[in-house]
Design a protein around this ligand. Structure first.
Ligand SMILES: [Zn+2]
Length: 81
């Protein structure tokens, strides 16, 4: 197993929101997000552009969590990895 799938990333994000993510796992997540076109698109235009990860995400989390998640992800994308 190498890399992190979109589905895994969403699971990790949910753990992050719960405060359960180690720095190492968080870094892995950031790597996937910077490397994955569907996730990147999802992050950049969450509301305007439906994508694979958005579909997976909204199926799993309530809107309030999705909004919080989107804010977090936008901050992550601004950082150099
Ligand atoms: Zn992805």
């Amino acid at each position: 197993m190498s890399g992190t799938s979109c589905k895994d990333s969403i699971a990790l994000l949910l753990e992050y929101l719960d405060g359960n993510l180690s720095d190492e796992v968080r870094a892995r997540l950031a790597t996937h997000l910077g490397d994955c076109t569907p996730c990147e698109e999802f992050l950049r235009s969450y509301r305007a552009t439906p994508g694979l990860c958005k579909k997976a995400l909204v199926a799993r989390v309530p809107k309030s969590v999705a909004d919080k998640l989107t804010s977090f992800l936008k901050e992550e994308l601004k950082k150099p990895v």
